[in-house]
Design a protein around this ligand. Structure first.
Ligand SMILES: [Cu+2]
Length: 390
């Protein structure tokens, strides 16, 4: 019986080892660390793992020895029959306490302390600052200083609907792809300020080893220094509502030269968009532009068709706000009107003032009023949005 059991266990172990070798690409291990923080935490993990394994085998060895050496057939009696000794009990309480103290506070405490200090050290030698804002359900990035100062954009999921509904083969980066990735120069320590506009989110890229809650109303900090060029993917790591699984993080780490080129291109792009804000747009152009803005930013809640998901997310088709005038006789927007809702939000409706440009807001409002089954006929120009902001 015993031998058979042992054979079975042996066979099991062998099988486990074979599968481990088969997975030698380490897909069961941590993802390859690419920042000093990720490397440090991986080392801490490995040290702790060794300590835990050593303790496991030491305890197991004592147990197996005790069971065999003190078995009943050799005449050993149950401890329960022995008279308790207070001195012994105190001694055997203090010994594990001392061992734990040594392991936890010294052998494990020192490397862990080192890691935690490293994580908290966001300012020392950091060369640039980026603000990351989480919203239901997208990330917004803003470059706060240096050449890139003023660059600000929204990063939306770019996986199409068809893949989600199994009408099309799922792509390689299914739900881990965005329209505008965050671009960072390699080898530069970047201080990251983090906040949220609605609920808790968490900006998490496993290969960076940093993860911090984004809390509405608070600015929290972390940092990354990506040492290897590449595209790194992550996700929001805090359950944040219906679209939690649809707000991936994509970071493109490039050489300093490529980064400079990207900054220049991005600046030119925003200069062009600003020029667009001063001209008079035709209704057709606004509606066409607005469709893009709508499908990227609004359709998650109000649906592509505009039917919404009542009662949580109202329909925009035929709604009072989208079909009644948004400007009063004095040219100012009315309270609780279309412009007010989109700029300032209310309850679960996000404010778009700080997220979308004048042109985008003008376009999306014009689109909602003249598409999605509505046919109000009026247009909102970017210049009117600009004025409305004041
Ligand atoms: Cu989130």
């Amino acid at each position: 019986m015993l031998m058979q059991g042992l054979k079975k266990i042996g066979l099991g172990l062998l099988l486990a080892m074979v599968t481990m070798v088969a997975y030698a690409d380490y897909s069961w291990n941590f993802p390859e660390p690419v920042t000093p923080m990720a490397l440090d935490t991986l080392h801490v993990h490995n040290k702790f793992m060794l300590i835990a394994i050593a303790i496991f085998f030491a305890v197991l060895a004592i147990m197996v020895y005790s069971i065999f050496a003190h078995r009943k057939s050799k005449g050993f009696k149950s401890v329960a029959d022995k008279a308790p000794s207070t001195a012994m009990e105190i001694f055997w309480t203090l010994v594990p306490f001392a061992i734990l103290l040594l392991i936890d506070f010294v052998i494990m405490g020192i490397p862990a302390y080192h890691s935690v200090i490293m994580m908290e050290d966001t300012r020392n030698k950091s060369e640039m600052v980026i603000k990351v804002t989480g919203s239901q359900w997208r990330w917004q990035y803003e470059y706060m200083d240096g050449d890139a100062q003023g660059i600000k954009f929204v990063s939306n999921l770019s996986t199409n609907d068809k893949q989600m509904h199994n009408e099309e083969e799922k792509g390689e980066n299914y739900l881990l792809e965005v329209d505008n990735p965050l671009v960072l120069p390699v080898g530069v320590k970047v201080r990251i300020l983090m906040t949220a506009t609605d609920v808790l989110h968490n900006w998490w890229v496993p290969q960076f080893g940093s993860s911090r809650l984004a809390v509405p109303g608070f600015i929290r900090e972390t940092w990354v220094q990506v040492d290897k060029p590449g595209v790194y993917r992550g996700q929001c790591k805090e359950l944040c509502g219906k679209g939690h699984g649809y707000m991936p993080v994509v970071v493109n780490a490039v050489s300093k030269e490529e980064y400079q080129a990207w900054v220049a291109a991005k600046k030119e792009e925003s200069a062009k968009a600003n020029a667009g804000a001063d001209k008079e747009w035709t209704k057709e152009d606004l509606v066409a532009e607005g469709k893009k803005v709508y499908e990227k930013n609004c359709a998650v809640c109000h649906q592509v068709s505009g039917a919404g998901l009542p009662p949580a997310f109202p329909a925009l088709t035929g709604s009072k706000i989208t079909t009644t005038p948004t400007f009063g006789a004095d040219g100012k927007y009315l309270p609780d009107s279309h412009m007010d809702r989109v700029l300032n939000g209310v309850r679960m409706m996000p404010a778009w003032k700080a997220v979308l440009s004048d042109t985008e807001i003008a376009a999306v409002i014009t689109y909602e009023r003249n598409a999605l089954g509505n046919n109000v006929g009026d247009v909102v120009q970017p210049s009117q949005v600009k004025a409305a902001r004041q």
